[in-house]
Design a protein around this ligand. Structure first.
Ligand code: GCW
Length: 713
């Protein structure tokens, strides 16, 4: 009787009674099926000795107990006596930990890091999870549970870990009416209407998921901002969220609409150099901090895509950012000021962010970070790195990645982003000689900055599995893991995520990992190979529209980006063209500037190349374009075949979801390939080589497609 009850309890804890709907993310804690491993873990884990009285410490205890109950199928009791197999968690304030002389190790872990060691204590084999703060202990506990979930040995642990990046932040593009700009996973999880009185369980689960991967900040509102969020009633709602998120180490931030002093403050101007405007923001900051004492600060999109900003008053970005920085500085807040700007006056959108921001290097207050998208244009499947990285040594630059798949298949494509992120992070800017990688730029070590940041535009919504596509969860996961340890490989992150999310079965892990690791290249191939960019449909960006030329701003039209004509294709950014290349260091200029040495991947970003230009593969450019588009489609076909192989290792619900989505992805990849090749063929006048399946629809057909209700727009 008792046994049956325990078994049931375990099943319920592990969530296996309900269907596998993806809600549990990578925190499933299902009973280990590997008998030998289970025995080994059980022998090494017998009790929990946990210290701390804070809300965070309580969460740590609960997480550890629940995790172990699920994974080991036994209730691991809490006790104060340290016996063999004790898992000891706490700070040096705890006697045992104090007595273990972990000073040197802990000195390396800062406020958020942790130490996990296997050691002997009075002759007893124990495992210690120690940190300087309760939040560090929570992070360490999640790390320990990850080791178990991914079947790692725990006999001889000796881990010292701390985050390489200080601010690891999600950016929600969530509107107050609960729509999500570029969101493909339902509505916003923030139920503003019911806040502050109604606390949705999702908020807690969200906080927990973020804590498990070390994300420590969240910007609740869209960068296309609404000043209403800064009014008293909404600040009370924000406070309710902040209170829920705080014990999980998450700080809340808001987007500041630059014209708020006019819209909600009844001032006539929002000029950052105007005394009353400055005063208004100071008062506003004071009010916010009186309600939320650990408020993180503001994220700002200014003078971009119609947003108000300092330039409306002939001031520059530093004037705007510094005004806000001064308002939050007394309370320890920061300003994340975005560098995503472009206007039609420049001869090349590529160059704009650099032109506006680089000259301001050294002009920003100490609590300002400039948040830069990974590439110079806009979250494309593949971009060269933004030339701002490395070019503003006196200013901490923050990375902005896009988790939500606006330009990369939206809700239907399996696209694992870590390879894309790593490509950028590993890039050498050469701004301080060889080895000036973007990881070092944003980590602050290249230019000795003490503040640093990495943001990801969130892909989270009210869908039961949070991110809509079951694999999109991996991108949220990757942001957290890379923010903590940017040197982790995409493969390692995929490996961990698969083991926690789907299965530990070796072959299945290998198959799924293979799909994930090839998904970036596949998507680039069937959407925008060889450096094509921004040829998505106008507005909603769903599907191809390389022919687009009807919007009144040239830099909103696909034809602006590819510049195809009878002579060739691509955007000449060399000295003969817009000379955007001049924004990079000499080494990078040399690499990209010469059409013979420019990597094929980026060719059309920097050169207008003839249709019969010889590629590194030996093919002509036109044939290479065909080859890439066809290869991309073939990759998706192979993903489908590979996915079929893991059917027996995956729960039916998610297996079928992914299978259906892969079939949509295939359909859409073929659509991309056919539409683009048929269109570009009107310039190249060359045939799609024999041997390839020929498009079964006409260009006119593809041009006639309309999607008035495509999501996220
Ligand atoms: O990628 C573009 C999107 C806009 C977005 C903008 C930005 C929030 O199409 O929807 O606006 O970037 O990053 O500000």
């Amino acid at each position: 009787m008792k046994k049956t009850f325990l078994f049931l309890a375990i099943l319920i804890m592990a969530g296996s009674v309900s269907a596998e709907n993806g809600y549990r993310l990578w925190l499933r804690y299902d009973l280990l099926t590997d008998k030998a491993l289970l025995t080994a873990y059980r022998a090494r884990i017998s009790t929990i000795v946990a210290d701390g009285r804070s809300a965070t410490a309580a969460i740590t205890k609960e997480e550890l107990q629940n995790g172990l109950l699920g994974l080991l199928g036994k209730k691991v009791v809490m006790t104060n006596t340290i016996g063999h197999g004790a898992i000891v968690t706490g700070t040096p304030a705890m006697d045992v930990i104090g007595s273990l002389s972990l000073k040197d190790q802990l000195a390396k872990t800062g406020n958020e890091g942790f130490v996990i060691i296997s050691t002997l204590y009075q002759g007893k084999k124990i495992t210690v999870i120690a940190a300087n703060s309760d939040i560090g202990v929570l992070y360490g506990t999640f790390h320990f549970l990850r080791l178990l979930q991914t079947h790692q040995p725990i006999e001889k642990l000796n881990i010292i870990s701390s985050p390489a990046i200080l601010h690891r932040v999600l950016n929600h593009w969530d509107n107050l009416n609960r729509t999500v700009e570029r969101g493909y996973a339902g509505f916003s999880i923030w139920d503003w209407h019911k806040l502050p009185d109604y606390i949705d369980q999702r908020y807690i689960d969200y906080a927990r998921a973020n804590a498990s991967i070390g994300i420590n900040g969240t910007v609740l509102t869209n960068v296309n901002a609404n000043a209403t969020i800064l009014t008293k009633p909404y600040l009370e709602k924000v406070k309710a969220l902040a209170d829920v998120l705080r014990p999980y180490g998450l700080k809340v931030y808001l987007t500041a609409r630059f014209s708020a002093p006019i819209e909600i403050g009844k001032l006539k101007t929002a000029d950052p150099l105007n005394d009353s405007v400055q005063q208004w923001w100071k008062e506003k900051a004071k009010e916010i901090y009186s309600i939320i004492p650990d408020f993180g600060g503001f994220l700002v999109k200014a003078n971009s895509e119609g947003q108000p900003g300092p330039q409306d008053y002939k001031r520059n970005h530093a004037d705007g950012a510094n005004m806000l920085a001064d308002a939050v500085a007394p309370f320890g807040g920061i300003i994340m000021w975005r560098a995503f700007v472009y206007n039609p006056e420049s001869n090349d959108r590529f160059k704009q962010a650099y032109e506006e921001f680089q000259p301001l290097d050294g002009k920003f207050r100490k609590n300002v970070l400039i948040q830069v998208k990974n590439g110079p244009i806009d979250f494309q499947p593949r971009e060269p790195f933004s030339p701002l990285f490395g070019a503003m040594p006196k200013t901490p630059l923050m990375m902005e990645f896009q988790l939500t798949q606006e330009y990369t298949g939206q809700g239907t494509h399996l696209f694992y982003e870590a390879p894309q992120f790593k490509e950028v992070l590993n890039t050498d800017t050469y701004t301080k000689g060889k080895g000036s990688t973007i990881t070092k730029v944003i980590g602050g070590s290249l230019d000795n900055h003490t503040i640093s940041g990495m943001a990801g535009v969130a892909n989270i919504g009210t869908d039961i599995n949070w991110c809509s596509h079951p694999f999109a969860q991996a991108n949220w996961y990757a942001l957290g893991r890379l923010g903590w340890t940017p040197t982790l490989s995409a493969e390692q992150i995929a490996d961990e995520w698969i083991r926690q999310t789907f299965t530990n079965t070796k072959n299945a892990v290998a198959v799924i990992k293979n799909i994930m690791l090839h998904s970036h290249e596949a998507l680039v191939n069937y959407m925008t190979p060889i450096g094509l960019t921004h040829i998505m449909y106008n507005g909603h960006h769903y599907g191809p529209m390389p022919w687009g030329n009807t919007l009144n701003r040239p830099d909103w039209n696909p034809v602006y980006y590819h510049r195809a004509d009878s002579g060739g294709i691509g955007f000449d950014r060399t000295v003969k063209g817009t000379n955007a290349l001049a924004q990079y260091s000499a080494e990078v200029q040399n690499r990209f500037g010469d059409i013979r040495s420019c990597p094929d991947d980026h060719l059309l970003w920097f050169h207008h190349a003839a249709w019969n230009h010889t590629m590194q593969s030996g093919r002509t450019l036109w044939n290479e374009l065909c080859y890439k588009y066809y290869t991309g489609v073939d990759s998706v076909r192979s993903f489908i075949r590979q996915w079929d192989k893991v059917e027996k290792n995956i729960d039916e619900e998610r297996f079928v979801q992914v299978k259906q989505l892969l079939n949509i992805q295939l359909k859409e990849a073929i659509w991309w390939r056919n539409a683009c090749l048929l269109y570009f063929q009107t310039f190249s006048r060359m045939p799609i080589p024999a041997g390839y399946e020929q498009p079964d629809r006409t260009l006119e057909y593809y041009k006639s497609l309309r999607f008035p209700f495509a999501p996220g727009n």
